[in-house]
Structure formats: structure tokens, C-alpha cells
Design a protein. Structure first.
Length: 76
């Protein structure tokens, strides 16, 4: 059963990583500072993707779904 939990955690982490990279690439197009913060600081995309001028709903929802999957894999 432990392998299933670790696979769920891995899937959640990969979803978070892909969504974070999508937001970071779009942020690099606007400014280098925002792009670096989105790429390095995991929680910064919550702020950046929900701002009015850079609203990105789909990657933000994907990041939150990945976080829920990650938490579901950690709960035993």
C-alpha cells in the first residue's frame, strides 16, 4: 500500500511542477523578476496567477488540484 501512496505523491508533485512551469514561462514574458519568482518560490504562483493583469485560471486550478493530490497521497 505504501507504493500506491508514493505514486500518488509523485503524480501530485508532477502536476504542481508542470503548472508552475507553465505560469513561470508566461511570467518570464512579462518580466524576469516575476518569472524567477514563479520558477523558484512555489507559493508565488498563487499570487501571480490570481492578479488582475496576469490572470491565469487554468494553471492555477491545475496547481491547486496537484496540491490536493499530493496531500491525498500523504494522508495514510
Amino acid at each position: 500500500m505504501s507504493d500506491m501512496h508514493s505514486n500518488i505523491v509523485l503524480v501530485g508533485f508532477l502536476v504542481i511542477l508542470v503548472c508552475q512551469d507553465v505560469v513561470a514561462v508566461k511570467a518570464f514574458r512579462r518580466s524576469v523578476r516575476d518569472g524567477l519568482l514563479c520558477a523558484i518560490v512555489p507559493g508565488y504562483i498563487l499570487f501571480y496567477a490570481s492578479r488582475g493583469e496576469s490572470r491565469q485560471v487554468k494553471p492555477l486550478i491545475g496547481w491547486l488540484v496537484g496540491f490536493v493530490i499530493l496531500l491525498a497521497g500523504l494522508v495514510r
